[in-house]
Design a protein around this ligand. Sequence first.
Ligand code: AP5
Length: 217
Amino acid sequence: MTNIILLGPPGAGKGTQARRLVEERGMVQLSTGDMLREAKDSGTEMGNKVAEVMAKGQLVTDEIVIGLIEEKLAADGGAGFIFDGFPRTLGQADALGRLLARMGQKLDAVIEMQVDDEALVSRITGRYTCGDCGEVYHDETKPTKESGKCDVCGSSNLKRRADDNADSLRTRLMEYYKKTSPLIGYYYHAGELFQIDGLAEMNAVGDAISRVLDQQN
Ligand code: AP5
């Protein structure tokens, strides 16, 4: 089993590459963003609070996201877990270490996807996803082959996220630099950090991640 974290700012390509690893290697993607969007759609009191925080681009409390991850870790991890968008604070990183240790597992690599802010703005504002299968697209770099129809499942339920706008993105980036970027030093000191060029073309980014994973086996 190989457990990895994909670390990077909003729009770095974490979700895109996680989906690829699920397909190519049989790993299990754990995206706290996706889990929170599901909770948000549940219409519960907790879901409504989460929706408000996410729309502003702020971070949801550690307590909620750690609880969500803990639940998912109980399931079969296939060839390994891909933590996508988690951890995002030092508290979450400590909690993840404890949860993995309790399961007799460890973290094999933390892959930091480096992308500059300018590229992130165009990636985020051009993104849309399939509401049925979750495939991620982009107006310019990865449009659907047939307009309005998902290439993977054929659905016409293509959606844009409520937080994919310039205002929320500014807050999301600030949250990333203030609360999440300290994790780069945290995992560097633990000897688990690998840095890759997230600005490269999608397949080249995938190849760089594969090289890191192959070194772990
Ligand atoms: P989350 O859903 O995790 O969003 P995020 O971290 O902001 O990351 P994104 O999903 O926006 O981007 P990505 O890196 O996955 O990029 P993608 O592959 O889609 O979190 C949303 C919110 O939930 C947070 O703001 C917070 O409120 C809350 N939350 C989540 N986790 C939390 C936690 N742990 N603690 C507290 N709160 C939490 O790619 C983006 C676009 O670029 C796509 O259109 C794609 O096609 C394109 N693209 C990808 N790669 C390339 C490439 N190499 N070249 C060109 N285009 C590319």
